[in-house]
Design a protein. Sequence first.
Lengths: 353, 353
Amino acid sequence: MTISPAADAGPLASDLTEGELIARISGRLPAAPAWLAVGIGDDAAVVEPERNRLEVLSVDALVDGVHFDRAFTPPAAIGHRALAVNLSDLAAMGATPRLALVSMALPGSLPIGDFDGIIDGLIALATRSRLTIVGGNLTRIGGPLVIDITVIGTVKRRQVLTRTGARAGDDLYVSGTVGSATAGLGVLRAWTKRSTPEDTEGMSASAPAELDDCVQRYLYPEPRLRLGALLGHNRAATACMDLSDGLAEGVRQLAAASGVGASVDADAIPLDRAGRRWFERRGGDAVHEAIIGGDDYELLFTVSPRLRGRLKAVGRHGAAQLTRIGSCTADRALLLRQDGKDQPLPRGFTHFR
Amino acid sequence: MTISPAADAGPLASDLTEGELIARISGRLPAAPAWLAVGIGDDAAVVEPERNRLEVLSVDALVDGVHFDRAFTPPAAIGHRALAVNLSDLAAMGATPRLALVSMALPGSLPIGDFDGIIDGLIALATRSRLTIVGGNLTRIGGPLVIDITVIGTVKRRQVLTRTGARAGDDLYVSGTVGSATAGLGVLRAWTKRSTPEDTEGMSASAPAELDDCVQRYLYPEPRLRLGALLGHNRAATACMDLSDGLAEGVRQLAAASGVGASVDADAIPLDRAGRRWFERRGGDAVHEAIIGGDDYELLFTVSPRLRGRLKAVGRHGAAQLTRIGSCTADRALLLRQDGKDQPLPRGFTHFR
């Protein structure tokens, strides 16, 4: 992996008018679908709702310095992540993406090339996810870059996944691997800042290639839309949520919403090999670091043991590894079973406080 | 009018967790309607669409230091304005408000009392407008307060108002008065900063009571929802938009979208008396100042002369003064007729550049 030095800033987004910036977005958008009656350029967008579907709505903001750092996040990754975190919420509800509104607050220092790159990253993921950008808002800000995206998806009434349906005895599952994005973020920080010797131990001009996957997972998280849709369609899951704030926090929130406790088996938690080594090299407990770290955007869900058969069908078609990591309990305690001992599940990551 | 000094800061919003802050919002919300299947607390909100209606979607952000100034904008007014600017977009499309998602980026210095005040102002307007807050997002920011609201309204297909339908010969109308909010903002700035002698000329311990209405118009703009709905329902208007960026900019944008020119009669532009005096006392041309100033949130619309009868019915029921200020022309020029002479319409206000 190589990270190129900051490009020459060139012209700034603030040199352009709002109309000129909007035109740079509109010019990058694919043709609008027939259900979009009024698109960008009027006071508001007008759309025809989809028949016989419920609508699923989510908003998430990415703030420079809180959710990413422009110093080591390429513009395309900023745009990708800003949309991916929203699509991940739709995936967690079993919904199919339909449309988005994109609101950006631009600092005066933002190069126009970076603005274009953000839009390119965002539109690439939108197009791949069959999501139409129907409108948005641009403003300047005397502060950090903010990207605020509202997404709307659709879902059949009986296929909605919520956090509230888990029952004692249900198995806890997670998709993909846990902690990879946290390791990737650590690599990016260490490589960019080279702040302390231990951060960069064993790293020369570029980060080890074995960590490329982790870095990619942080920069370009892939929302589990297909898995979420299949879990809803097969009615295999009793509850589901996405792991924006890490596994530990996810288990805590899902259990609270469903009124159950949970017991998580540390040995079962799927870490990828390079991520595990990254945590261990830094002297930490790999499992602990992985489950308190955020940004995974995997799905955490519960399955009634009676319905394991349905889950197998999902596993075959869902294009994601599914791992049973524990189970829900009638006792409201949240436990991590590690080395044969139960300990309290650690507090998770929070972007807020 | 009196403006109280900044209150003792007290506890800060950043002392609370995201969950505690969300609870302060949820606890202030009225009961949810039956069409809200999943509300605040899950990965996303789930709603039942309204039958036989198109959906109208808009997003607008308010940034401290750009769109308002916490130094002289009370928290309730910040919350009110953040929603009002969005509702004004719905009004301009002829839509009826339905739901909103509220995304806020909170600086560490925000007192919790101010957070509560913002939410109170927002919910008061939402409740009065029969709009349900179905979800949102909270994050911290190392910078200014940002409030980003997405609203969705509904409208019958044949009642959508756009900017594109004006034809040469159509009359140009504006609701209410123009420039009052700009005067109100000027009063607030002058009273708060008392920066230069001419700013505060004639002002003692409090601003003149005659300017209270202007200050109110800036702090608590009233979106023209009833008027917009009636214009759509009666099919009286050929084009419509709201005046977030002032009358001059509005005429420019509506004319461009419809492919016409416009001639505006300066003497016809409705200024309120106190606002006019405020501009004149500062040595400006009142009409010029009023039409380049933003924040009016009145409706600008065009009416075919054949349909003036329909407009009369709207005027009787719309609870807003409607004033004919000029007409659309086949020639694409944008003119302001003042003292018997045509001059180019001045460039309007823009929040962006």
